[in-house]
Write a protein that binds this ligand. Structure first.
Ligand SMILES: [Zn+2]
Length: 232
């Protein structure tokens, strides 16, 4: 989580701070009555300090990664994905649901690092052992649909702001004697997740299918992360 241990960085930070404020205590010693801060700041020194700090941080990161199992390092790689940490630095605004209580925060951290979620039941309703991985793939447990429906509803509410005629789970027209690509859902009563008018072109109705991914699933073990996995 990139949280540093103050007792480990105290010496370096004290050294940097002393160097950075040297011009201030010198001015005090010399009893100067004015000081040009802009000219007094040692910019090259700041760059050197930043570089050293980055190098120390990278070194610490590699030391941690070396100690991890391949499964753990997979979760770390996921946590390093672009946007994967934005919830950690978001302002905890209640109106947007960004304010997490203690349990929500602990659960979210457990999901992020594949730790056991405290207080979860040992067995799933389907009878299998209830692990984090299982809860995200079990069709009876409910989380598969909850995740899907949450993304569907968030997508629909965002589309409502920029398009019109937004519907969730709209029925598609019956397919009458037409050949469609294999895998197409041609059954009566087939539905898609979201429909909105005016998304691609004015008046045209566009349909959206929402798919959620569990990157920690066994079936994704041999796939690489990043653009290839997250884009169709
Ligand atoms: Zn289950």
């Amino acid at each position: 989580m990139a949280l540093e241990n103050p007792s480990q960085i105290a010496d370096r930070e004290y050294h940097n701070s002393s160097k950075m404020t040297e011009f201030l205590w010198r001015a005090i010693q010399d009893q100067r009555t004015s000081i040009n801060i802009k000219q007094s700041i040692n910019q090259p020194l700041i760059e050197i300090m930043k570089k050293k700090k980055d190098e120390d941080f990278k070194q610490a990161k590699f030391e941690v990664i070396d100690k991890l199992t391949s499964e753990q390092s997979r979760y770390i790689a996921l946590a390093c994905e672009k946007g994967a940490s934005s919830w950690l630095s978001a302002l905890p605004l209640e109106q947007y649901g960004f304010a997490l209580n203690k349990q929500e925060f602990v659960d979210a951290i457990a999901l992020r690092y594949n730790f056991a979620i405290p207080g979860r039941s040992e067995t799933c309703v389907c009878g299998e052992i209830n692990t984090q991985d299982h809860s995200l793939i079990c069709k009876k447990g409910g989380f598969v649909s909850i995740r899907h429906n949450t993304v569907r509803d968030a997508t629909a509410s965002l589309l409502e702001k920029v398009t019109y005629g937004v519907e969730t789970e709209p029925h598609l027209l019956p397919v009458c004697n037409r050949t469609l690509p294999s895998g197409s859902n041609i059954s009566d009563g087939a539905r898609l997740d979201v429909a909105a008018r005016g998304f691609w072109t004015p008046l045209e109705e566009a349909f959206f299918d929402i798919r959620v991914l569990h990157p920690g699933a066994m079936s994704n073990n041999n796939k690489s992360f990043g653009e290839n996995v997250f884009r169709p």
